[in-house]
Design a binder for this molecule. Sequence first.
Ligand code: PHE
Length: 341
Amino acid sequence: MADDLIKQIQDAPDLQALDALRVAALGKSGSITALLKSLGAMDADTRTKEAPKIHAQREAVSNAIAARKDALEAAVLEQRLATERVDLSLPSDAIPVGSVHPVSQVMDELAEIFADLGFAVAEGPEIEDQWHNFTALNMPEAHPARAMQDTFYVQPRNEGEEPRVLRTHTSPVQIRSMQALGAPLRIIAPGRVYRSDSDATHTPMFHQIEGLVIDRDIHMGHLKWTLETFLKAFFERDDVAIRMRPSYFPFTEPSAEIDIGWSMEKGRRVVGGQEGWMEVLGSGMVHPRVIAAAGLDPDEWQGFAFGTGVDRLAMLKYGMDDLRAFFDGDLRWLKHYGFSF
Ligand code: PHE
């Protein structure tokens, strides 16, 4: 009978069938359990004779169950490994990756170019007090130049406080840098600026980069060389022509607007050549009053400053035509014009 049972155990097709056999043999009312129980009713002599046989049967049956269980489990595992194997040759799902926004890309390019010329990067707050944004830059209260830049005013927190402004240009960083670092000084200040203006070429928020050099014996030749060198490096062309046009800014004297030459290439207007001119920068020698307002002696220190729109530079270099697209967050546009990491 035990041989028969062992044969059934060895042939058990799966773990459930095996467990049914185990219960039938070794369970509470199993056949082997019944044999073991029968020992109690035997007289001592018979029991001495039968007990080893019955125990041997129980042993054989439970060994057979354990062996079959191992074999079946191994088979199940093998089956799982075969069907669940990761197929490394399958193409993976495309993971969407972002790109560097053209404004960030151009800011990085500018910082790199000016780093080579010895300029450090400076920063200032976007919510600025009127003294830094206007007064110290030689734009006293009621000065008509304050009206030139359509200013966003920020409601003061406490009554009687002067309202602050969203900075209308990066020029207040000139003042903050001179105050914090003294002279000599060579900085650029890239960042966001705000004016209440909106059309295809104006957005209420845009980006500027400011440049400031303060030292002894600085003159306009230094300004011209610096801007020419920077524009050639930025547009990656040696034939970038520049033209300085007299202009007016309250914080520079004399002031000059910088135009660069453009020409038509493959039906597109590109930087380089001299078929026409377009304005790209404001600049000039830092007004002595500005130097004094920042706490430096204008008889000892002179300097030049310049400012330009980063977004415009990006449009010119990479051929984009609507400034507003910069800030729409349209993924197709970002994918087209963005830079990969
Ligand atoms: N702040 C000026 C503007 O926003 C640009 C400028 C900067 C001009 C520095 C001269 C010197 O238009």
